[in-house]
Design a protein around this ligand. Sequence first.
Ligand SMILES: [Ca+2]
Ligand SMILES: [Ca+2]
Length: 361
Amino acid sequence: MALRLGPWALVCAVACASCLVGDAPQPDCHDAGGPDTGVQQTGGVPVALDAEWWGMGGDDTDMIWVDPGEFWMGATDDDQALPREFPVQRVRLDGFFMDAHEVTNAQFAAFVKATGYVTVAERVFASAQGEVAPGSMVFRQPKEIFNLRDHGQWWQWVTGASWRHPIGGEGGLDSLAQYPVVHVAHEDAKAYAHWRGGRLPTEAEWEFAARGGYDRQVYPWGSEDPVAGDPKCNIWEGRFPVQNEMKDGFVATAPVKTYPPNRLGFYDMAGNVWEWCSDWYSSVHFRERQRLEALLNPLGPDTCHDPVDAMTPKRVIRGGSFLCNPSYCASYRVSARMPAAFDTGTNHIGFRCVRGASASD
Ligand SMILES: [Ca+2]
Ligand SMILES: [Ca+2]
């Protein structure tokens, strides 16, 4: 059974603070049998992945086929990349289908309607201090901040916040049908993908699709600065987190397909919402896996290793969000990778699905 580690763990997980610190060695944080092992506490509603859900729902017409191929995975841009993005490694992948855009509220609502699924953020959970009412972490723009390390200045635990109420309170999904679903934990994303007859992408699949055929470039569109020319993606323009120039038109999330797709047809591979991958996060994995020969369909490490917080198992998220800014994390780069607590949804993490060429892939 997964154990939610409470608001503090959530705070640790939502920030880009790990962008700002070194990768000093720390003990591994191991999967305690949590995120993949079945029934979770929900306040009475069982939410085990149901085999009968497999492939029952959704519409795959917005999936794009990615041909098999090889690419250089990892960072080559020395001035923005972090140690965990190095070294670059040749990777070979089988072909796969991937959603052209982030999963939307409308798509997720259809899943919940069909299955009765209850997301992690909607469940009561136990902490050391007792039962905690359902809720999630919400970004709130402060008027001023003291530094960029104390992310409690702009992240707040909001009781009642969930995918149904992205900012908590009475705020609902009216007019947000085509916006990316948020406040989804890793297991929520997996459950949806299962219903669709797919799965979450590996880091390698995600990066291959994000690069769109560009070889060792920084962004999904090539090398041009994100803020040069017409808006390319939804990020934070201005002084994070106190001033947003909104040149891209949005302070928070934007509807999917608002900005041009990359050369393969994928939207929002940079910015809008972070996207869950299937890999465990390890800050040293790229160094440990380095080989002369190409890696074939890499699945990531067997366990999590995060020198910033060794207590909370974390998966990889990719692509950055509407909160990414050059002064803070610049994670709209195709090689950027971030740890996120497996049991955490926030209002800047979403996902998209993949599936192989056959139903069994
Ligand atoms: Ca924006
Ligand atoms: Ca995205």
